[in-house]
Design a protein around this ligand. Sequence first.
Ligand code: ASP
Length: 410
Amino acid sequence: MKHNGLLYMMIAGIVLGIFSGWMYGSTMLAVGWVGEMFLDALKMLVVPLIISSMIVGIAGLGDVRKVGKTGLIALVYFITTTCIAVGIGLVMVNIIEPGVAVEMTVEQVPEKVAGKEAVGITDILKTFISPNLVQSMVNMDILPLIVFSLVFGGVLTTLGEPGKRAIEFFDTINSAIMKIVHLLMYFAPVGVFALIASKLGAAGGGDLFLAELAKVAKYAGTVISALMIHGLVVLPTILYVTTRRNPFNYFKNVAEALTTAFSTASSSATLPVTIECAEEYNQVSRKSALFVLPLGATVNMDGTALYESVAALFIAQMLGIHLGFGEQMIVFLTATLAAVGAAGIPEAGLVTMVMVLQSVGLPLEGIGMLLSIDWFLDRCRTTVNVWGDSIGAAVVDFLEEKWVERGGRT
Ligand code: ASP
């Protein structure tokens, strides 16, 4: 009951945010600080939450063989759904051809991606390990924290009684952080209202937004419709077929996380809410939620992967460059990798797109054409990213139970 009430308030916050940002434009920048406070409060919880979650998650899975199997199921889910998302993006962009007859008016490499030309696969691999954990915490570089916590938690399980006590310690920290998340959610309706109103205000209000949108309407339409096919058809089908859970109920129970994702454009900042929704409302087991969701928020980004493929082909079409099957396969692969490499922060996908464009020799100037509308599409793809992670938690939870617990220990 309480949960439903909060959800309706959050939806009201979003609607009111859109309305006021649309109508009052830059005046709404005045409420930006409220949104930032909410966002900062969420971010404040992320580092302790990730570390304690991964340690408790891996300890909950028990012996190393189970961890391997659960990890494998998660990996297969992540790869499969990301590939399907990129596939949908490619099919849609080839059918709709949003870039044909659009004139490319930008001639400069946008500041955001300038100097990132040399980012390659090895750079993505390097982000898994950090020479300085404290620095990673300061910069909120999540991936090395996950890797460290996984190894650390795994080692703790081998230390007998003292290891158990250490795990209990992190378990308590985790429960305390989740309590704070719970409290923080009471401020979420106001937070999402302020975030959306001020962002739309910064974009100049409804009229300017519409004018910008109109310039690349076909492109935005392609991204959004492809995201909808993935989010409303593919992912729910996967949930239903593997777990027999009702996708509508699951969606409703995770809606707080989805509205937070839409307002913050950050999977990482949304993570505390995603865990709360999966564990509390959707009854995903604690060990699966704590293991899958931090990983998913960092490496599993269906929406981002889909968007990267559509954007790359859009740029090619604008320039009249025909990409054949082989080149589109390269886009397929690099878009998948670029999504893994993108951090769960606003507009990270825009930066990793450099890799996709370079792989098929497209000019980085093309990214300039996407900028004006990216803040909006970012919110849409982040919502799908979080939805994909949430469903992943349920799928892994179910299959892990089925294959590892009941299926016996091979
Ligand atoms: N903002 C997205 C996220 O946090 C990443 C992206 O830019 O696509 O999931």
